[in-house]
Ligand binder design. Sequence first.
Ligand code: ZN
Ligand code: ZN
Length: 406
Amino acid sequence: MTTFADQRLDDLADFYRDLHRHPELSFQEHRTAQRILAAVDGLGLETHTGLGGTGVAAVLRNGDGPVVLLRADMDALPVQEKTGLDYASVDTATDPDGHTVPVMHACGHDMHVACLVGALRVLHAERAGWSGTVVAVFQPAEELGSGAKAMVEDGLFDKVPVPEIVLGQHVGPLLAGQIAYRPGVALAGADVVTVRLFGRGGHGSRPETTIDPVVLASSVVLKLQTIVSRELSALTPAVVTVGYLRAGTKHNIIPEEAELGLSIRSFSPEIRDHILASVERIVRGEAQAAGCSKDPEVVRHECFDPLQNDPAATERLAAAFRGRFGDDRVFELPEPITGSEDVGAFGAASGAPTVFWFWGGLTQERFDADRGRVPSNHAPDFAPAIEPTLSTGVDALVLAARTWLG
Ligand code: ZN
Ligand code: ZN
């Protein structure tokens, strides 16, 4: 089997730098999609564009055999880049609320795209050694949790062959060159909830004429923290974070309302339902206790299901990874990750098992320099070292595909 190095994919690093320099927000990945099409031009792939907005599917048909889906996500985040790299992004974009925001590939999805393009080139070059079909899916809007569903709902599996296995990878704050996997539940389910509390406004000097939504919101924030600490077993992992609390305009005005933004992570449908019901109960109970005359609003938005890696398929791939990369570079994660992913939507829609793994992008020098605080994904100083991250990511995808291809 050939590898990244054998194929002399040196220009892939330039492709990666170009993507990194020009990130695009969720569902705005038009340039990225164009760059992908240009990068795989000449491989004779059947391509489908505009899937779920900006999604691209590229099909490499190579005779009879299994159908393998390889997935990369394309979107970036509204983060001001502070990596100091000479290919750092200085781009801005318009977010869905109409605000101009900085944009950065702070989650490494540019690396995912570059690796999948590289894997297609390697698989194409060595097509005499395998048979079957590779479906490469470049997905929009992973960060919103809706891009994979958007492609499926736009008829992805009417246009491309239905896969027998769904494979994908995410770069993260592990040592570059290392690969981590986890059979079973690997990533949390995530829910986003917006809470609006309606009090009665008035003069800051006369609280007795008001129902103060700031005090009410404060009470709700503290009470929400008892869901995980007091309602769930100490052995049940879950997160309830209040990411923002907005109320008021001026020191001496008690406002009319307050708004809270919640991010909730859980690992099973039962625990998710329990937490969401508790949020509702606490918010309504606190509003009633405060004497509000108008009921609060509790609205659930984006939601990610927990990511389930198929245990047998994951063990099969882990064994292949160990054989190729060595025991010292491949390890099983001791526990699930509280981050979330929507790659499971492709498995759910096609009925295929999913294997999604993580690989490292940080150099030993970075670990030594940042001891105890290496930047996580979404941080303004998160950036994978191009090598060995790129070659490892390409080789991992090729090996994963070849593990299932005939
Ligand atoms: Zn992310
Ligand atoms: Zn990500």
